[in-house]
Unconditional design. Structure first.
Length: 444
């Protein structure tokens, strides 16, 4: 079994891909025929599953994927959001280069299935998989799909979503298979295996630091703070400014803080100055362990973060990123708040005093914290990765997988008529999005 997972750029795109990769490695492929011809290959299905990531050298995937034990290859791809006109033109010119590089990678690796998780590289690899006839599925983390996934959705065999409302944002597929068109499947957002296990271990544990409304503290109240894979300056500053309001309780608090590279020293010195016990790092690699230790989480409200928090059943103070596409982070935060699983602070209202008051309220109102944990746990979907992998197996077992090539020797760029037709379909959609939707193919 060979799987290509394409995309990344940010943790929100990459970590669901890693979760899917881990689940492919965990689930034995005995359900697939050992002498089958899935994806046109005559390879056996016994033995370990091979997973190859495809991303960009500048994305977070270049650092994280090797640490997770997976192979990665790189292509040329850039985003266009927030760039000048000349840089946008340069990025657009890289699209065909990225597709050609992706074709070479796919021809060399010959996967059984290609999975796009959004981000710069996902578009080029997804286009190449369509051109070569490999089964393509995409996984969308957010309520509002990125442009890359909306275009790839026209060619994908399966689309996995995290929200029920997401399906309506995908356009109709360009090509329907006879009797079996493209399917949109609500699975939830896949969570890395360690975090899933963390949630299950905590299933019967309600408060780690104390019984509700008891005093004094029996164990330090542990706060986990992070603002995405790069950190969040506004959250870092608000926490630093809020320490003076928390100073009275410093001996009862332990803080784990992912501050990003730029703010790491500043945040560390802020805690040291007032005497808080803390662990401040640029990036947390063992997130499962940090989630397990936390009594309260302070973070952004991206889809992957929300999925991880709810899978672990943790209480949180959510501070949505104000410039997220379609304001989807604030919408995410409202969903948790409305379900009693989180408190929310809008960025324009964020200050050290406001944040400190929220923390103190939850420290001193243990019953409320317990209610938030229970509400969070009810919203969690820890088995999303398993469901995605099982549906991929079902797709591959089916005799109708859309554009499946009949044998491995035919997977090449020699069939010029078919390839050129598919190229025209892809670029028709790219330029339709660029000029009519004011969007771009690779902006993720």
């Amino acid at each position: 079994m060979k799987v290509v997972i394409a995309g990344g750029g940010t943790g929100g795109h990459l970590f669901p891909g890693i979760a899917i990769a881990q689940e492919f490695k965990r689930l034995a492929p005995e359900s697939l025929p050992s002498n089958g011809s899935i994806g046109g290959s005559n390879r056996g299905r016994e033995g370990s599953t091979e997973v190859l990531f495809v991303g960009t050298e500048n994305g977070i995937e270049s650092r994280i994927v090797p640490r997770e034990g997976f192979e990665i290859r790189y292509i040329s791809a850039e985003g266009l959001k927030g760039r000048g006109i000349l840089k946008k033109v340069k990025s657009v010119c890289k699209i065909p280069i990225g597709i050609i590089q992706s074709i070479k990678i796919l021809n060399s690796f010959r996967p059984d299935i290609v999975i796009g998780v959004g981000g710069y590289a996902s578009g080029a690899v997804g286009a190449a998989s369509f051109l070569l006839g490999y089964p393509l599925v995409i996984q969308e983390q957010n309520l509002f799909p990125g442009v890359t996934n909306r275009i790839l959705g026209r060619f994908a065999n399966l689309i996995f979503t995290s929200f029920e409302e997401t399906g309506k944002f995908f356009p109709a597929p360009l090509i329907f298979k006879k009797g079996n068109g493209r399917r949109v499947c609500l699975t939830g957002n896949p969570i890395r295996r360690g975090i899933v296990e963390c949630g299950r271990q905590n299933a019967d544990i309600e408060l780690q630091f104390s019984a509700p409304n008891s005093s004094p503290y029996t164990v330090k109240f542990t706060i986990l703070i992070f603002g995405g894979s790069q950190g969040a300056h506004s959250i870092n500053k608000a926490m630093a400014d809020g320490l003076e309001y928390l100073a009275k309780f410093k001996d009862s608090i332990f803080i784990i803080h992912q501050a990003g590279i730029t703010d790491c020293e500043f945040v560390k010195k802020s805690y040291e100055k007032i005497g808080f016990e803390s662990e401040v790092v640029p990036f947390i690699h063992n997130m499962a362990d940090s989630y397990k230790k936390a009594d309260l989480i302070i973070c952004r409200a991206g889809a992957t973060t929300i999925s991880e928090i709810t899978a672990c059943g943790k209480a949180s103070i959510l501070i949505p990123f104000p410039f997220a596409a379609n304001n989807h982070q604030e919408m995410n935060a409202h969903v948790l708040k409305d379900n009693g699983a989180a408190e929310m602070i809008i960025e324009k209202d964020l200050s050290g005093e406001v944040l400190a008051n929220k923390i103190l309220f939850l420290m001193q109102s243990r019953t409320r914290l317990l209610e938030m944990e229970r509400g969070s746990k009810k919203m969690g979907k820890p088995d999303a990765a398993k469901e995605i992998v099982e549906q991929c197996y079902e797709l591959l077992k089916s005799k109708e997988t859309g554009f499946t090539v009949q044998d491995s020797e035919s997977i090449n760029i020699g069939n010029y008529k078919k390839i050129s037709h598919r190229f025209s379909q892809i670029f028709k959609n790219i330029f339709f999005s660029v000029f009519l939707c004011k969007s771009v193919f690779i902006c993720g």
